[in-house]
Write a protein that binds this ligand. Structure first.
Ligand SMILES: C[S@@+](CC[C@H](N)C(=O)[O-])C[C@H]1O[C@@H](n2cnc3c(N)ncnc32)[C@H](O)[C@@H]1O
Length: 211
């Protein structure tokens, strides 16, 4: 494990190369997620190094956090990084696929910086672990879509923050979600060398409370 310092966020992380190293997408989400004062619980899916929840938990010690990752290496790293930042007692960690092990999910906010690359030819050379971190399905958005569908079907009242990439989501796909009644807002966008990232906020509260 190598130790890295992130002075802007006043956190230290110990990471191996089998865990997603915080990148532009991580900081884009972390910097722009809005945490209202009355927030009691936050759930983060696919936390990787844990940096997003670690920073948010350090700044909001009154909020309860539950974080997941499908990768056991990531959940081990998260546990270590929570200890390193002295917040082991504020955050629960579960190694699971999305939120599948949770019954009666209640959370004011759910955050997921998902794997969002489409499964293309160059991905054939990726290790299975890298694929898990980066590839979201044949088109790239399938993993995110499954989560959205589950939140809708299970009538979970929450605010969901995620990232869409222009490599996987087209404008038409986004319009289709809106036509299906999703209260979806693109809060910001970030142009990178080869793609555009969109910070997406979906409000499931009103719709699922009415159903
Ligand atoms: C793009 S990385 C983001 C990591 C971290 N949240 C960040 O922003 O730096 C995606 C993360 O999601 C995890 N992941 C992929 N599929 C998952 C699933 N089905 N359920 C939970 N976590 C998953 C990966 O292991 C990886 O850590």
């Amino acid at each position: 494990m190598v130790k890295y310092n992130f002075p802007k966020y006043e956190v230290e992380l110990e990471l191996d190369d089998d865990v997603y190293f915080p990148a532009e997408d991580t900081f884009f989400l972390l910097d722009l997620v809005d945490i209202p004062n009355d927030t009691k619980k936050i759930v983060e899916i696919g936390s990787g190094s844990g940096i997003i929840s670690i920073v948010l938990a350090k700044n909001n010690p009154e909020i309860q956090f539950l974080i997941s990752d499908i990768s056991f290496s990531a959940t081990k790293a998260i546990k270590q990084n929570l200890r390193l930042n002295n917040i082991g007692n504020l955050v629960d960690i579960v190694c699971m696929d999305k939120l599948e092990a949770i019954h009666n999910l209640k959370s004011d906010i759910i955050i997921w910086n998902p794997p969002y690359l489409p499964d293309g030819e160059e991905e054939d050379t990726m290790s299975p672990l890298n694929k898990l971190m980066l590839v979201g399905g044949k088109k790239g958005y399938e993993e995110t879509f499954t989560m959205l569908d589950s939140l809708q079907k299970n009538k979970i009242s929450t605010i969901f923050y995620t990232i869409f990439s222009s490599l996987s989501w087209s404008d038409e796909d986004i319009q289709d979600l809106k036509k299906e009644g999703m209260n979806l807002e693109i809060k910001n966008q970030l142009s990178l060398f080869f793609e555009k990232l969109y910070l997406v906020k979906i409000d499931f509260c009103e719709r699922n409370e009415k159903l």
